[in-house]
Design a protein around this ligand. Structure first.
Ligand code: HEM
Length: 192
């Protein structure tokens, strides 16, 4: 009988490999203003518009491939682009922000999972941002904070599904490459 080869779990590696890119995206001007206590409603609307430009086409691709995801992925609870539009309306910003024309390739399942890791993970930082915006008295916080007490369970469930999907070294490498690509593209898009 052939020996079973255990492959290591993907998450610790994915975290390590993407940490510098997380640190980079965290340094965007909106988050710097939040930390400095100088954030405005206009800066919030601008940041939300840029996030919409990225999240909308990513979620369109996820919806297009949704048939390949079982119910345990809870995709229906994960789409957040409509929340951004609601927040922008509350902030008095016109609908229809420009869409990012150059998303990373999302055509394969590992590519989509890498992007999903980045955008699902962003809901964790979103909770922090929602609290900072509340302190600053700025409305339009449903995108950042809307998952509320479901944030932790949804993230945990996502991590379990990701582990179960990343069963070969090739798949793990493709997910990691896509996550790095997603972080870098998002950072450029948010900062231009
Ligand atoms: C759009 C920008 C951001 C993206 C795409 C993003 C992405 C991610 C990802 C993928 C993770 C999961 C890491 C893991 O445990 O595997 C994460 C975790 C986290 N992020 Fe961010 N993030 C963003 C901005 C921020 C900001 C601005 C903050 C702080 C205000 C922040 C704070 C956190 C925190 C506290 C965690 C949880 C770390 C932990 O539990 O160990 N993030 N983020």
């Amino acid at each position: 009988m052939l020996p079973t080869i255990e492959i290591p779990s993907i998450l610790p590696h994915l975290r390590r490999a993407t940490r510098p890119y997380h640190d980079e995206v965290e340094q965007n001007p909106f988050n710097q203003a939040l930390t400095a206590g100088t954030v405005t409603a206009a800066a919030t609307a601008r940041f939300l518009s840029r996030m919409y430009g990225f999240v909308q086409p990513y979620e369109a691709e996820l919806r297009a491939q949704a048939a390949h995801f079982g119910p345990a992925w809870e995709l229906d609870q994960r789409y957040r682009a409509p929340l951004i539009l609601a927040d922008l309306a509350q902030l008095g910003s016109p609908a229809g922000p420009p869409l990012c024309p150059a998303l990373p390739p999302l055509g394969t399942r590992p590519q989509l999972l890498g992007a999903m890791y980045v955008l699902e993970g962003s809901s964790l930082g979103g909770q922090v941002i929602a609290r900072q915006l509340a302190q600053a008295g700025i409305a339009g916080r449903s995108y950042f904070g809307g998952r509320a007490e479901r944030t932790g369970p949804l993230w945990k469930a996502f991590c379990q599904q990701l582990e179960a999907a990343a069963t070969t070294a090739e798949t793990q490498a493709a997910i990691t490459t896509s996550a790095i690509h997603t972080f870098r593209t998002l950072t450029s898009w948010l900062n231009c």
